[in-house]
Design a protein around this ligand. Structure first.
Ligand SMILES: [Zn+2]
Ligand SMILES: [Zn+2]
Length: 393
C-alpha cells in the first residue's frame, strides 16, 4: 500500500466518526451553525486559515510553498426536512431534519482530505481552497459566489463529488458534458370567474383550463423537444375551490421543469419558455387569464472535458482499474453547476449502494443511509485529485 492510502486507512475511524457526528446533528440550509463550528474548529486544528462566507459557509485555505493554481474542493453542508426512519445509534437528534442526501459524508470526507493534504503541504505548487457550502438543496452556491467564494484567491478549477446510491459501492460515475439537470420552478394562478356549477355558461371555469394545461404541456417533451434531450414537467401542487357546487375563481398550480441538456434561459425554445407559451394559449382558449412566476433554481451541471479526463485518471488510480468508471447522467439538480459554469469543473458520483448494508435506498428517502466503507475512497479521490492537479500544471 502506498503512503497516501495507508495514511487515509489510518484515518478511517476518524472519517466515520465525523460523518456520524454530522449525521446526528443535521441542520437545514443557512442554519448550519453547529456544523460550521465543527468544520471551522477541525480546519483550524490542522493549521488552516479559515474564513466564514454567507453566514454558515466555511472556507479553509491550504497554501503550498510555491505559487501556482488555485483548486477548489467543495462539500455541501445542509440537511433536508425529512424525518429519519432508522434504528441506528447515530440517528438524527433533530426531529424532522435528516442528512438524507449524504452531505454529512461529503463534509467528513473533505475534512479528512484536508488533514491528509495539510500533511503533504510541502509538495503543493499552488493553493487548495476547501469550500464548505450551505444550502445546496435550494441554491446556496449562488449566494457563496455573490459573496466572493471564487475570488481572493481566484479559483482556477473546481472539483466536487456526491455519494450516490444509484451506483454500487466500489464504482464511480464520471462523464463530460451535462451530467445533472437544470430545474425551473413554476408557480401559476389561473383566473376565471366564479359561479354556480348549475350555470357554468354564466361563469368562466379555471378548473377546465388547469386540467387542459396539465395535459397539454406534456407535449413539450413528447412533441417539441428531441427525445434525446430529456425534459420532465411535473405538477407538485394543485389548489382550487371550497365546495362541490361552486365554480372557483382561481386555480393555483406549482411544479418543476427539469432538463438534462444545456439550455440558455432566454432561448424562446427552452422547455420553460415553451411551457409558458402553451399555458398562456390554453388559458386564452378557455377565456381565463394566468400569471406565471418562474424561479430559475438550478442550471444544468456541465463537466469540463479536460477536468473530466483528469478526474477519470485519478479515479483509475484510486480504484485500481478503469473498469469501475461508468458514464452517468442524472436529471436531479445540483448547485455545483454554478461553479462549473464559471470555472472548469468536474463532479464525480461515488457509488454507495450495497443491499447487504441497506445502503441502496434512494437519496432524500427517510431510510437513506450510506455504505461507510466508501468514505475512504472519497477522501482518496479528493487527495489524489488535488495532488495531481497542483503538480500537473
Ligand atoms: Zn439532495
Ligand atoms: Zn445532495
Amino acid at each position: 500500500m502506498d503512503r497516501i492510502r495507508q495514511r487515509i486507512a489510518e484515518l478511517n475511524q476518524e472519517v466515520i466518526t465525523l460523518r456520524r457526528d454530522f449525521h446526528m446533528h443535521p441542520e437545514l440550509g443557512f442554519k448550519e451553525h453547529r456544523t460550521a463550528q465543527v468544520i471551522e474548529t477541525y480546519l483550524q486544528n490542522i493549521g488552516l486559515e479559515t474564513e466564514r462566507k454567507s453566514e454558515t459557509g466555511v472556507i479553509g485555505l491550504l497554501v503550498g510553498p510555491r505559487p501556482g493554481p488555485v483548486l477548489m474542493l467543495r462539500a455541501d453542508m445542509d440537511a433536508l426536512p425529512v424525518t429519519e426512519e432508522s434504528e441506528l445509534p447515530y440517528k438524527s437528534k433533530n426531529n424532522g431534519v435528516s442528512h438524507a442526501c449524504g452531505h454529512d459524508a461529503h463534509m467528513a470526507m473533505l475534512l479528512v482530505a484536508a488533514k491528509v493534504l495539510s500533511e503533504c503541504r510541502e509538495k503543493l505548487t499552488g493553493t487548495i481552497k476547501f469550500v464548505f457550502q450551505p444550502d445546496e438543496e435550494v441554491a446556496g452556491a449562488s449566494r457563496m459566489i455573490k459573496d466572493g467564494v471564487l475570488e481572493n484567491p481566484k479559483v482556477d478549477a473546481a472539483m466536487g463529488l456526491h455519494i450516490w446510491s444509484l451506483i454500487p459501492s466500489g464504482r464511480v460515475s464520471i462523464s463530460s458534458g451535462v451530467v445533472m439537470g437544470g430545474m425551473d420552478v413554476f408557480k401559476m394562478r389561473i383566473k376565471g370567474k366564479g359561479g354556480h356549477t348549475g350555470y357554468p355558461h354564466e361563469a368562466i371555469d379555471p378548473v377546465i383550463a388547469a386540467a387542459n394545461i396539465i395535459q397539454s404541456v406534456q407535449a413539450v417533451q413528447t412533441r417539441e423537444i428531441d427525445a434525446q434531450k430529456p425534459t420532465v414537467i411535473m405538477f407538485g401542487k394543485l389548489a382550487a375551490g371550497e365546495k362541490s357546487n361552486i365554480i372557483p375563481e382561481e386555480v393555483y398550480l406549482e411544479g418543476t421543469i427539469r432538463f438534462l441538456h444545456d439550455v440558455k434561459p432566454d432561448d424562446p425554445d427552452s422547455p420553460t419558455n415553451r411551457f409558458i407559451r402553451i399555458c398562456e394559449s390554453v388559458c386564452q382558449a378557455f377565456q381565463c387569464t394566468c400569471r406565471i412566476e418562474i424561479e430559475r433554481e438550478n442550471i444544468p451541471l456541465v463537466n469540463d472535458e479536460k477536468m473530466t479526463s483528469f478526474a477519470k485518471t485519478v479515479a483509475k488510480e484510486v480504484f485500481g482499474s478503469p473498469d469501475v468508471i461508468d458514464p452517468g447522467r442524472y436529471i436531479a439538480s445540483e448547485d455545483f453547476s454554478e461553479y462549473s459554469s464559471r470555472v472548469p469543473g468536474v463532479f464525480t458520483f461515488l457509488g454507495c449502494a450495497d443491499k447487504s448494508k441497506k445502503s441502496d435506498m434512494p437519496l432524500h428517502n427517510p431510510r437513506f443511509n450510506i455504505d461507510e466503507d466508501v468514505l475512504v475512497k472519497g477522501v482518496e479521490l479528493h487527495v489524489r485529485g488535488a495532488l495531481a492537479f497542483l503538480k500537473g500544471q
